[in-house]
Design a protein around this ligand. Structure first.
Ligand code: PRT
Ligand code: ZN
Length: 286
């Protein structure tokens, strides 16, 4: 049992599905059909604990779990002795301060003396201190967004993603306190054997993340344009060129980055590329 990595993920909530998907895309087979507290992967030495997200940092600090997936908002709020190991790119949101929409707001100084309802007391109090604002923090455990309308507070500090919850409660976002996404956290002192397993898992996650940011591109071009077109296409080493049955034409294959995608496509078209195909990549190891 010793050489088994233990991961804590959210049992049911916004991060649950993405966390399980991530493990599955890493080729790890998990039986999710039963409503259990823990399960063992079939083909990787991994034990999965399903917990409330708030409890995950503590479990990882104590070493009950070796690693965990939580939002940075939970990581910073709980402030446990754990290491952040990897950004996962899902569960994106921001922790923001919001006021009733008809309230005047010019600068952060306008928060002075207000009563702010939140479940994020640690993060909020650090933020107010850093900005030298004195305000009263009113801790509540849920339905934060209704606090101003029932007269419980003047403002709120809560998670926002689309902004529609704020809008439907007559609130406006005035300060972003923290930008958050799901991350992997790890126990401060993992054994060598566990670190080896963790590296193996991270290698797979990296391959997925790299693949997601890149696209495989295939196109046809007249041979006289090859040099110019190859200079536009970066490729992992250099583009692959294959002759076409049609005389003086070739097919070019390469990998391009999502960020420069449209730029590159436009340049390729201008240089006479035809039949451009763009294909998603499932995994990519550089
Ligand atoms: O039961 P458990 O304690 O495990 O779950 P939970 O209810 O505490 O958490 P859950 O499942 O709601 O969220 C888990 C994590 O998802 C959070 O810690 C964040 O890291 C992340 N996340 C991303 C969000 C949101 N987006 C989000 N929009 N968490 C909550 N919200 C809520 C927000 O609190 C507000 O009520 O959604 C509402 C706002 O959404 P919009 O789209 O209307 O702006
Ligand atoms: Zn929670």
């Amino acid at each position: 049992m010793e050489n088994m990595l233990k991961i804590a993920i959210q049992k049911s909530g916004r991060l649950s599905e993405d966390s399980i998907n991530l493990l599955q895309k890493c080729g790890i087979k998990i039986n999710t059909s039963l409503n259990r507290l823990k399960t063992e992967a079939e083909n990787f030495p991994l034990e999965i604990y399903f917990l409330r997200d708030d409890d995950i940092p503590k479990y990882v600090e104590d070493g009950v779990a070796d690693i965990g997936i939580v939002g940075e908002n939970v990581l910073f709020e709980k402030n446990k002795n754990v290491k952040k190991a990897l950004n996962l790119g899902f569960g994106k949101c921001r922790l923001s301060i919001a006021l009733p929409k008809d309230k005047q707001y010019k600068s952060i100084k306008d928060l002075q003396g207000l009563k702010i309802a939140t479940t994020y007391t640690t993060i909020l109090s650090n933020f107010l201190k850093e900005n030298k604002v004195k305000a009263e923090i009113h801790e509540i455990s849920g339905s934060v967004e209704i606090a101003p309308s029932i007269g419980l507070a003047d403002a709120i500090c809560d998670l926002v993603s689309s902004g529609s919850t704020l809008l439907s409660n007559g609130l406006k976002e005035v300060e972003v306190v923290l930008k958050s996404q799901a991350v992997i956290i790890q126990h401060a002192n993992l054994t060598k054997a566990k670190r080896v397993l963790l590296e193996k898992l991270f290698f797979r996650i990296n391959a997925l993340q790299t693949a997601k940011n890149n696209k495989y591109i295939l196109l046809n071009a007249p041979n006289k344009k090859l040099e110019k077109i190859c200079s536009i296409l970066p490729g992992m080493k250099s583009p692959t060129i294959l002759p076409l049955a049609k005389k003086d034409w070739s097919s070019i294959h390469s990998v391009i980055n999502e960020d420069e995608f449209w730029d590159i496509i436009e340049k390729l078209k201008d240089e006479g590329a035809q039949g451009i195909l763009v294909v998603p990549i499932e995994k990519m190891i550089i």
